[in-house]
Design a protein around this ligand. Sequence first.
Ligand code: DI6
Ligand code: FE
Length: 409
Amino acid sequence: MSRFDLLLVDVHLATMQAGGAPYGALRDGAVGIADDRIAWIGRRVDLPRDIPATQTVGCGGAWLTPGLVDCHTHIVYAGNRAGEFERRLNGASYADIAREGGGINATVRATRAADERELAAQSMPRMAALAGEGVTTIEVKSGYGLETAAELKQLRVARELSAELGIAVRTTLLAAHAVPPEFAGRADDYVDYVCGDTIPAAARACVADAVDAFCEGIGFTPAQTRRVLAAARAHGLPVKLHADQLSDTGGAGLAAAASALSADHLEYTNDEGVAAMAEAGTVAVLLPGAFYALRETRVPPVAALRRRGVPMAVASDCNPGTSPVTSLLLMVNMACTLFGLTPEEALAGVTANAARALGLADRGTLAPGLRADLACWAIAEPAELAYRIGGNPNVGAVRAGRIAHWSVG
Ligand code: DI6
Ligand code: FE
């Protein structure tokens, strides 16, 4: 390289590179960025003196981490379900509300009725909240359209918001989220429609980076889920799975058998499922927001995942029903407090392992050649990111080599 476009100095680095110090930490570091990539990273004293920098920015002793990655959200939807939350606290059950046409179907009605502009306008503040916390890549699922045109509309809006907000978005088709009212009592027919119409249409329009399904007693059976994942694979799309959230349906093993990028939730996953995931290289995505909001008591098998070396990611699951969450740092805290991850594991969960859950090899840690997505924090040590509840220590972000927001020092 002949010059840096941007040189960050007076900074400590949590590179999240494995094998060295905890957090891959490097004190008194510097990062040289050329174009959209990290060109040089290391200790300030080792910085080559002969490379000029167009812009040098002092960070006042702040910490830099990889830009955070929220690898599981349903953030593009219309309306909200605060009324249902209130009713549940007054004694109504989730099932009562669903029977009356509420629950997922309430959000489906609102999302179908919203045009793209309205859907974008409602979703924008949620995405902006995550971006303001140092999130530079967000995965967005469909699943509130449940008909081909409305599913594609959700995914297009996700990409529009990406362009508008300047953050990276990965889209996932989740047409197999629930059985829509038109197909009530005919789940197999709906699966035919998803495999024969929605997945091919999404592949043709190139609007989906992956395909997901909700394998659950109240979602789709393992046999139906297998069909959806097979159709996705036949169209060249990688797969992910909502697995074993409320019961053990063998979802983790099913995901592993389909070489899924990730299996998500996993509260009820058994040891066999964990072993299959380890074998397949499937990432475990833990979602403490949904666990908390549903007041679940069964925690994911963290010790087994750790023992078998399954990479653990952590995400917001931002959705209007079971995880109305727009703080990824809160999820980092809850992954520690509720699931027993260490702060280092939880931070790897929203950086290195979250990128891996999306199949993105160009981000998630800080190293030469990787995309220059960075978050800057007014903290004294990395564990502070997991320790705090509320407050936002994010003071800056660099996305693809460009300063996005910066109030450092
Ligand atoms: N798991 C959940 O908990 C949510 N979706 C899913 O696959 C529920 C989404 C909602 O209630 O809107
Ligand atoms: Fe989810």
